[in-house]
Design a protein. Structure first.
Lengths: 121, 111
């Protein structure tokens, strides 16, 4: 079964850091770009970052560029999102999603269940 | 404010045809495909259409899409109660070194 399982969410103070993980199974991991998409409480979807299947190319939303780093370990079938300098505006459910394309953006056809990040003092 | 513009709400009766619009600009819909997602409360989004009008396996044929210039539409024919959800359009935007963009979402109510 094709599956993505996020972990690493939790409560963090403003200015703090958190690393999210997304473990994949059931497909050839390196053949697909992976993305993080977040959803603040009661709000719509916001793309955060995408990393190509090779790991060589990564893209970031302006709102997180310089603070968040996406990476992947193709030997462990896992993608990560390291989040630094977190602010209350980063409070959201973070979804990991598989892109249909090896490079980026051709429709995210597999989604994890999401992991919740709460930034609060 | 979302880069892609969708109406916040739409509604229709059972069996009706409903259209949800998505408006963008030259750097996104004008150049790249549109993608549509369906989301039910408390669950992850689901890819509904890719590359403007292509349905992934398992998506009913009554879901259709189109794109013209910087605008796109999702059409649902033969509306069913289980279609009540939030629908998001999405695309790649070539500005700012490239970025993914979503519409603000349209809450579809089946009357």
């Amino acid at each position: 079964e094709v599956q993505l399982l996020e972990s690493g969410g939790g409560l963090v103070k403003p200015g703090g850091s958190l690393r999210l993980s997304c473990a994949a199974s059931g497909f050839a991991f390196s053949d697909y770009a992976l993305a993080w998409v977040r959803q603040a409480p009661g709000k719509g979807l916001e793309w955060v970052s995408t990393i190509a299947g090779s790991g060589r190319d990564a893209y970031y939303a302006a709102s997180v560029k310089g603070r968040f780093t996406i990476s992947r370990d193709n030997s462990k079938n896992t993608v990560y999102l390291l989040m630094n300098s977190l602010g209350v505006e980063d409070t959201a459910v973070f979804y990991c999603a598989r892109d249909r394309n090896r490079v980026r953006w051709d429709g995210m056809d597999v989604w994890g269940q999401g992991t919740t990040v709460i930034v609060s003092s | 404010q979302s880069v892609l513009t969708q109406p916040p709400s739409a509604s229709g009766t059972l069996g009706q045809r409903v259209t949800i619009s998505c408006s963008g600009s030259d750097s996104n819909l004008g150049t790249n495909y549109v993608y549509w997602y369906q989301q039910f409360p408390g669950t992850a989004p689901k890819l509904l259409l890719f590359r403007n009008n292509q349905r992934p396996s398992g998506v009913p044929e009554r879901f259709g899409g189109s794109k013209s210039g910087t605008s796109a539409s999702l059409v649902i024919r033969g509306l069913q109660s289980e279609d009540e959800a939030i629908y998001y359009c999405s695309s790649w935007d070539d500005s700012l070194s490239g970025r993914g963009v979503f519409g603000g979402g349209t809450k579809l109510t089946v009357l």
